[in-house]
Design a protein around this ligand. Structure first.
Ligand code: HEC
Length: 103
């Protein structure tokens, strides 16, 4: 029984690790890391700060997915995020969801 529980816990952990890495790979694949780090300021805002800012915003996922594709400025300062037309709609939603989970 004890072994069974250990195995179950191990599978859950392994699955979680895989999910986290898959999402991080999306940041790499879509070239977001050129301007954003998760916990350090680069050209764009820290992604964990983005998560905190929208923690209580129920429309945040759709709003950020749209911004990820079309870019913009004025929320975090004067720097401009250029449009990212190479990001698919599916990736934009997955990225928004992942970024919001980073708080
Ligand atoms: C050329 C640099 C650059 C690239 C590439 C870039 N960003 Fe940004 N990003 C910025 C800047 C600058 C801002 C701040 C814009 C503002 O103040 O409104 C920003 C803001 C954001 C925000 C916060 C939006 C808001 O309104 O609060 C998110 C989320 C984000 N970027 C995600 C991404 C993702 C995901 C990618 C990859 C597909 C990406 N960015 C690629 C520069 C970049």
């Amino acid at each position: 029984m004890k072994n069974f529980i250990s195995l179950f816990v191990f599978i859950c952990l392994a699955f979680q690790i895989k999910v986290v890495y898959a999402d991080y790979a999306l940041l790499q694949k879509n070239n977001c890391l050129a301007c954003h780090y998760i916990d350090k300021r680069k050209y764009g805002p820290k992604l964990n700060e983005v998560a905190l800012r929208y923690a209580n915003d129920t429309n945040a996922k759709e709003k950020l997915a749209k911004k990820i594709k079309s870019g913009g400025s004025g929320v975090w300062g004067e720097d401009i995020m250029p449009p990212q037309p190479h990001v698919s709609n599916e990736d934009a939603i997955a990225l928004a969801k992942y970024i919001l989970s980073l708080k």
